[in-house]
Ligand binder design. Structure first.
Ligand code: PLP
Length: 421
């Protein structure tokens, strides 16, 4: 084995690709053909044939009474907040570390997103930060189950009960996860899932809302179906909706994906335990631990934490070196309030702040999130855990190799060493 780092001109530790994503087989083919030949392709009448079947199966899988398919995780979050009646003047607490969609959803209701800090050991929303941010305007809390773990649903449920503030779980990363043997998305008033291409269950695009509350289910169905009521719907008041209906194509593919998911979850979880043990044995690295309350572990991104001082080189250099060794490592999500995808100069955000009596440029204090993103977090995509032990062992060996060469990496002039682009 070459000992020189690939980023410094040595041979990469791994030159084979990791398993391809998405995974599909005859099941998806048969499902799509079935829709084609039915000549019933859209989401109308809602819920349509495959949509009804998917709702039923997905709800059962997540231990919820109902599930409502939507066009994306983003529209699932937006519809969930609208079903709760969230609107101008309200505030919604979201974690600092997440994709823009979590913060966009309140703004789509003209409510103000308020950014809570996260926990240093897993990147999920910090319940003590949530407590400090609650005001009389707070109308929902959106924890994100980040990467491969779940936010502390015990602590958050307690806060929710004490303050009568509903939780909307952002489960985009974790279809199939369970907390204390009950599905993610079934703990909050509503749960929201994404089936976008990179997610562990995908139709290219798509989303799902879970809930146990019949009235919220009816409202969600109406919101995603241009405001229509189904016969028998009993909720009161007008609903302004839009077309956020999932197509039958997506539902069909997701039925096949859902059938395969338990076996993938089991495999990824088994390999994640091996990866965790391997990385934990490298000085300066610590994988996010599996919370014993997570009784079924679903993985979108395997997250581990770098201690730059103990490792002897910056997280950024470490990740660049790991990538050069053939490991598709990333650095996770940046604090959403400074993401280019969440412009705080935008008119809707400014309007949402104004209506909540807040300044658009009010200071945001999330030091843990800042440090995680700038110096600590590393993310490995879930498909790396869909191979076998060799794949995982390569990730560990690459991390060990980079760690062993930390001093050389720290002092290298990387710009000169890199191929010109
Ligand atoms: C945490 C989180 N929430 C919501 C979303 C939005 O999902 P979608 O891309 O399906 O709209 C994503 C997508 O990446 C996400 O990572």
């Amino acid at each position: 084995m070459s000992s020189a780092l690939a980023i410094l001109g040595g041979r990469p530790l791994r030159d084979r690709p990791f398993p391809r994503w998405p995974v599909f087989d005859e099941r998806e083919r048969a499902q799509v053909l079935d829709v084609l030949e039915s000549a019933n392709w859209g989401g109308f009448p809602s819920p349509n044939r495959k949509a009804g079947e998917l709702s039923e199966k997905f709800a059962a899988f997540q231990s919820a009474r109902f599930a409502v398919p939507t066009t994306s995780g983003t529209t699932a979050l937006e519809a969930a907040l609208k079903a709760l009646g969230i609107g101008p003047g309200d505030e919604v607490i979201v974690p600092a570390i997440t994709f823009a969609a979590t913060a966009y959803a309140p703004v789509a209701c003209l409510a103000r997103p308020v950014f809570a800090d996260v926990l240093a050991d897993n990147g999920c929303i910090d319940p003590s930060s949530v407590r400090k941010l609650i005001t009389r305007r707070t109308k929902a809390i959106i924890p994100v189950h980040y990467g491969a773990t779940l936010a502390d649903l015990d602590a958050l449920s307690k806060i929710s009960r004490e303050h009568s503030i509903p939780i909307v779980e952002d489960c985009a990363h974790v279809p199939g996860a369970q907390w204390r043997e009950r599905g993610a998305g079934a703990w909050g008033a509503l749960g929201c899932f994404s089936f976008q291409t990179t997610k562990p269950m995908t139709a290219g695009e798509g989303g799902m809302i879970t809930t146990d509350d019949p009235e919220l289910e009816q409202r969600c169905q109406s919101i995603i179906n241009c405001g229509r009521r189904r016969p028998g719907d009993t909720f009161e008041g007008p609903v302004l909706g839009a077309n956020y209906r999932m197509t039958e194509w997506q539902c069909a593919v997701l039925l096949a994906q859902l059938a395969r998911l338990p076996e993938q979850i089991e495999k990824k979880s088994r390999l994640a335990a091996r990866l965790r043990a391997g990385l934990d044995s490298v000085r300066g690295l610590r994988a996010v631990a599996r919370d014993p309350r997570v009784t079924r572990e679903a993985i979108y991104a395997f997250i581990f934490i770098v201690d730059e001082a103990a490792l002897g080189v910056s997280r950024n250099r470490f990740v660049r070196a790991l990538r050069a060794e053939g490991i598709p490592a990333g650095v996770g999500n940046e604090p959403v309030y400074r993401s280019a995808l969440f412009p705080r100069q935008s008119a809707p955000y400014r309007a949402a702040c104004e209506m909540a009596g807040a300044k658009t440029d009010a200071p945001i204090d999330c030091p843990v999130a800042e440090n995680l993103f700038e110096h600590a977090m590393v993310a490995i995509p879930h498909e790396c855990l869909l191979g076998d032990e060799r794949e995982v062992d390569d990730i560990v060996a690459a991390a060990e190799k980079v760690a062993r060469n930390a001093a050389a990496l720290k002092n290298a002039d990387l710009k000169r060493q890199e191929p010109s682009s």
